[in-house]
Design a protein around this ligand. Structure first.
Ligand code: FPP
Length: 241
């Protein structure tokens, strides 16, 4: 590959992904929606391995939103089963590969057995440093900002002391840098309440590819696109300064 165009030249420190299109992927093949979620889970493993290989330090995935509870009961139950199986089968491997698991969202509505799996996985992997995997699960961006405000009020902070840093420190993502790149698969062009505070200056990459088909080569394409962009954070280009 042309050295000038190597997507791995400037790998984002933090990638966030809205893994969309599992249902349509399955429907396009005449399969039930849950088959799409299972294929999406297999793909997540591929992308995780690629991120470790490429030196990505933080990966945040949108696994289940606060709105996803409104889906048919059979789909919600099936998804929960998939999450439980993923923990049973993959946790050891993730741990051995230096992945630290963190949870973004609320654990209150989640079935007790799965909640315990999440808490135990966080404890087991808390010292791993190779890749931090933030799993947004029962997550909503607005709820997260409300959570931060509530914590700040509880701490009786003076209004003048409230700044971006303080809000950051009380978000579910406290301790993770903001995402550099947010990827959304399946052709939808929305943020869907995902990291609405943290992604304020992120680069966005949208692709029509359904999540189960978004493999390592597709990730490289996204990284190449990211590499070509100039991030100005509201300032002028360095060439114009
Ligand atoms: C979006 O596809 C996907 C989800 C709501 C669930 C995401 C879950 C996985 C990829 C499983 C792997 C995750 C973990 C943590 C094991 P969709 O159902 O909205 O697709 P559609 O828009 O085509 O209907």
């Amino acid at each position: 590959m042309d050295a000038e165009k190597n997507p791995l030249d400037r790998v984002p420190q933090h990638i966030a992904i809205i893994m969309d299109g599992n249902g349509r992927w399955a429907q396009s093949k005449g399969l039930p929606r849950l088959a799409g979620h299972r294929a999406g889970t297999e793909n997540l493993k591929t992308i995780l391995e690629a991120c470790v290989e490429f030196g990505v330090k933080y990966l945040t995935i949108y696994a289940f939103s606060t709105e996803n509870w409104e889906r048919p009961e059979s789909e919600v139950k099936g998804l929960m089963r998939i999450f439980r199986t993923m923990f049973d089968r993959e946790l050891k491997n993730l741990h051995e590969n230096g992945v630290q698991l963190r949870h973004l969202g609320k654990l209150d509505r989640i079935d007790a057995a799965l909640r315990k799996q999440v808490i135990d996985a966080i404890e087991l992997t808390k010292n791993n440093q190779r890749l931090i995997l933030n799993v947004a699960f029962n997550y909503g961006g607005r709820a997260e900002i409300i959570h931060s405000i509530q914590q700040i009020i509880r701490n009786e902070v003076e209004p003048e002391e409230v700044d971006e840093n303080l809000v950051d420190q009380h978000l579910y993502t406290a301790g993770s840098p903001d995402p550099d790149l947010v990827i959304r698969t399946s052709g939808e062009l929305r943020t869907s309440n995902f990291l609405i505070w943290q992604a304020a200056y992120a680069e966005w990459y949208f692709t029509p590819t359904y999540w189960p088909d978004f493999g390592k080569e597709e990730l490289k394409k996204a990284l190449l696109d990211y590499r070509e962009r100039e991030r100005r954070f509201g300032r002028v280009s360095s060439e114009d300064a």
